[in-house]
Design a protein around this ligand. Structure first.
Ligand SMILES: Cc1ncc(COP(=O)(O)O)c(C=O)c1O
Length: 403
């Protein structure tokens, strides 16, 4: 069975790296969070203190943000889509986002002024559900393409929001191209959670949208007496999420927390870029068969890539069993710790952290990352059981056993 692979970040840094994260600083994210707070569904998601897990693996603290509670959608992704769609509408109306809280956004008045908009996107499930949910609230149309092999439950959840959704024969990156081409034909709006040259406004707003959860987490940590996490583990598909969290924490603290980027080994474009070492992104193609559907993306987001290259400490390429192990750990906690239902893409950072602390083959990485009894580690479970059958196959029936 495959081992965890890792690479410390020796990529060349941008000359003025602070410029690249300005759009994620606290002033910006305060406005974003204010927008999300205007939603009737808004409630801070829990930050769980896994005190006994921390003790058992030899770190000072493990704090896990549980995004399964986000807006009743079982994943964090709606934060990005909703903010980007609102920003687009605010720009069209010549208004500031602060003038477009939820009630206004979904009002008939705004609907009339803007007319029909069809939102197009490609998704493994979570992003598309967030876009479809927002479009539904706006009484607008959404068209959603999913990669080959996507979960039927995830498809049905998107359809339940009134979107036109299909599972294609393409991988994620090609499904993005399909969404873009088809949007062009009908003058639709692409709301994609990744950036490429010439398409950067909407993905930047999506990344800002994710900032809300980072801001919540940093404030919740203070409630546990932790002024600054020493380590942050973030999972990456295209790297919008990882870049957003990284950008926010890097602008918040003079001493930047050590950030570790974790990918599915079948879609490890950041790890491969780190191995190549020249500062240019590398792509992974093909079907990218992994249980971590949300991380099955082979082409880095151009904005996320720069931030991650400039600020991350290490890149991890994790086989499926690492995520399965994380799901089992979080679903079956040590006595006294709270249970968290974490899905495949949500749990991989937990599996990675525990492996780094316990596996002697990873002792060098542990040392390089300075992970010890003084470490206060922030993890984010980005989804719950978004594919409930698969969740049970793994947690109850032992699919993907640990190494
Ligand atoms: C649950 C979950 N976690 C993490 C990610 C990774 O986000 P990104 O593609 O921005 O790297 C995704 C992306 O779809 C996801 O659905």
């Amino acid at each position: 069975m495959e081992q965890i692979k890792w690479k410390l970040n020796n990529l060349p840094k941008s000359k003025n790296r602070e410029e690249g994260i300005k759009f994620l600083n606290d002033d910006e994210i305060t406005k974003v969070k204010g927008f999300h707070e205007s939603f009737p569904q808004y409630k801070e998601t829990p930050l769980v203190n896994l005190e006994n897990l921390a003790k058992s693996i030899g770190v000072g603290g493990v704090y896990l943000k549980d995004e399964s509670y986000r807006f009743g959608l079982n994943a964090f992704k709606v934060l990005g889509g909703s903010f980007a769609m609102a920003k687009y509408m605010a720009d069209k109306l010549g208004k500031d986002i602060s003038e477009l809280p939820y009630e206004k956004l979904i009002s008939d008045e705004v609907r009339k002024e803007l007319g029909d908009i069809t939102f197009f996107t490609a998704t493994d499930g979570n992003h598309g559900r967030g876009v479809a949910w927002t479009a539904n609230k706006l009484k607008q149309k959404a068209v959603v393409y999913m990669p080959k092999g996507s979960s039927i439950t995830r498809l049905n959840n998107i359809k339940a929001e009134g979107a036109e959704a299909t599972i294609t024969e393409l991988n994620y990156d090609d499904a993005v191209r399909l969404a873009t081409e088809n949007a062009k034909k009908v003058d639709g709006l692409v709301v994609q959670d990744t950036a490429w040259e010439g398409y950067e406004d909407i993905p930047a707003w999506i990344m800002q949208g994710y900032g809300t959860l980072a801001k919540e987490a940093i404030s919740q940590l203070k409630g546990y007496g932790v002024d600054r996490p020493t380590h942050v583990f973030v999972q990456a598909g295209v790297g919008s999420f990882a870049g957003a969290i990284q950008g926010y924490v890097a602008s918040e603290f003079d001493e930047c927390p050590i950030t570790v980027v974790v990918e599915a080994d079948q879609a490890d474009c950041y790890y491969k870029s780190a191995e190549a070492g020249d500062g240019k992104p590398r792509f992974v193609g093909g079907d990218m068969q992994t249980i971590m559907a949300g991380l099955a993306c082979g082409e880095p987001n151009t904005i996320g890539f720069e931030i991650i290259k400039d600020y991350s400490e290490a890149f991890i390429s994790a086989p499926d069993w690492v995520s399965a192990k994380g799901m089992r750990i979080l679903g079956n906690p040590l006595r006294g710790d709270e249970k968290v239902i974490s899905g495949e893409s949500g749990a991989v950072t937990t599996g990675t952290l525990v492996s780094i602390m316990q596996d002697e083959n990873l002792a060098q990485l542990r040392k390089s990352l300075k992970l010890d009894e003084n470490s206060k580690v922030l993890l984010i479970s980005t989804e719950g059981d978004t594919d409930p059958d698969k969740y049970l196959d793994i947690v109850w029936n032992g699919e993907c056993p640990s190494l």
